[in-house]
Design a protein around this ligand. Structure first.
Ligand code: NCD
Ligand code: ZN
Length: 358
């Protein structure tokens, strides 16, 4: 068995559900899933209950995180039309501003130009703006990036038209970046019959021609792979309508290693997409003596049994993958060891091991 040593991965799009959704995931269970997936830094989204749109909630959430996290965690501030004056004060405790231009899980949504302009004027320039933008909303985001000459990062791009528009914007030298999720690379709309509510997320799964377009841009236009880890309980997923979202922290690396094994991208490109670029784009601090070991040839079947996410399921159950995480080391300490026979022995980090960023 030849092991490869790679940098600790960074997931710039995770839902950790604190405050208010701790029955779906907690800071401890979510960061356990991160370490089991090879991620040593994750950035948590603000669509919590209440959402991360004011200073006191953000400060309280940072304090809760510091006691509970097993890897490094940054929080996003959420944009809200009702809290525009507060925006500059939210930057110090967060890694970026998340603006939801389209509907998804939770109440955060900004779809009027006055609010968007206020966000771009008030959010400090040294901190990134990330957007949930689908379809023509991507053009709105590109227009704002151009008009304000400031970077905009597009979350979970999933359609051929969207990735082609971003490629065109990049060719014009506009400061835009984007991420794609493993579920939009490995599943299509055809999988929704089989998966039922477990295949429901925003953006929805797309057509094969969209997925093919994403793969064509994997070594050029796409900057990052991000999980959009969005845990909901199985019981909640049975509701009508189900809450959108699927977990992904523990399946992203084996899926992307499988793509390397199949010759769809190089291992160097995987490291750029899952470690180097996310860290550069979000200006994340270096983590000394931090790395993961992977066995690139280990074939195994993804199963819900071995997961550390509290929600306990994955839309990829039953899929055979090639490539497995063996060990995660954070600041010189082995924090996850997949070779231990019992699941309960594999996680070696104590709550509080991680740092809250910035
Ligand atoms: C996310 C969630 O559950 O918080 N759901 C999803 O379908 N992706 C919200 C989001 O990222 O849009
Ligand atoms: Zn999300």
């Amino acid at each position: 068995m030849t092991l490869l040593k790679l940098p600790g991965l960074a997931d710039i799009h995770t839902h950790l559900r604190t405050p208010g959704g701790e029955h779906k995931e907690t800071f401890t269970t979510g960061t356990a899933a991160a370490l089991a997936g090879g991620f040593t830094t994750i950035l948590a989204m603000p669509n919590t209950h209440p959402p991360l749109i004011d200073r006191s909630i953000i400060d309280q959430t940072r304090q809760k995180a510091q006691l509970a996290i097993l890897c490094d965690v940054g929080l996003f501030a959420g944009a809200s039309a009702h809290r525009l004056d507060d925006l500059p004060g939210l930057a110090a405790g967060t890694v970026g501003l998340k603006i939801y231009l389209n509907d998804t899980f939770g109440p955060l949504r900004v779809d009027d130009l006055p609010t968007l302009l206020a966000c771009f004027r008030r959010w400090p320039r040294h901190k990134l703006i990330a957007m949930h933008a689908e379809g023509q909303s991507v053009a709105v985001g590109i227009g704002l990036a151009a008009a304000f000459r400031r970077p905009v990062h597009f979350c979970h791009i999933s359609r051929k038209t969207e990735i082609e528009l971003i490629a065109a914007a990049k060719q014009q030298g506009l400061p835009v970046t984007c991420e794609v999720t493993p579920h939009h690379l490995f599943l299509t709309r055809g999988d929704t019959d089989r998966l039922g509510p477990l295949g429901d997320m925003r953006p929805r799964l797309a057509e094969p021609e969209d997925v093919e377009a994403l793969w064509r841009h994997i070594s050029t236009t796409i900057d990052c792979i991000a999980t959009d880890h969005a845990p909901h309980t199985l019981a909640e997923k049975q509701a009508d309508p189900p809450p959108p979202g699927v977990p992904g922290l523990e399946t992203a690396l084996p899926l992307m290693l499988t793509a390397v094994h199949q010759g769809r991208l190089s291992l160097d490109r995987l490291v750029e997409l899952m470690a180097t670029n996310p860290r550069r784009i979000f200006n994340l601090p270096p983590q000394p003596d931090t790395f993961i070991e992977v066995d690139p040839r280990a074939r195994h079947v993804i199963s819900s049994e071995n997961l550390f996410t509290l929600c306990g399921w994955t839309p990829f159950a039953g899929m055979t993958v090639t490539g497995r995480l063996v060990r995660t080391v954070l600041r010189g300490q082995t924090v996850f060891d997949a070779n231990r026979p019992q699941k309960s022995q594999r996680l070696l980090a104590k709550p509080g091991t991680g740092k809250v960023l910035p």
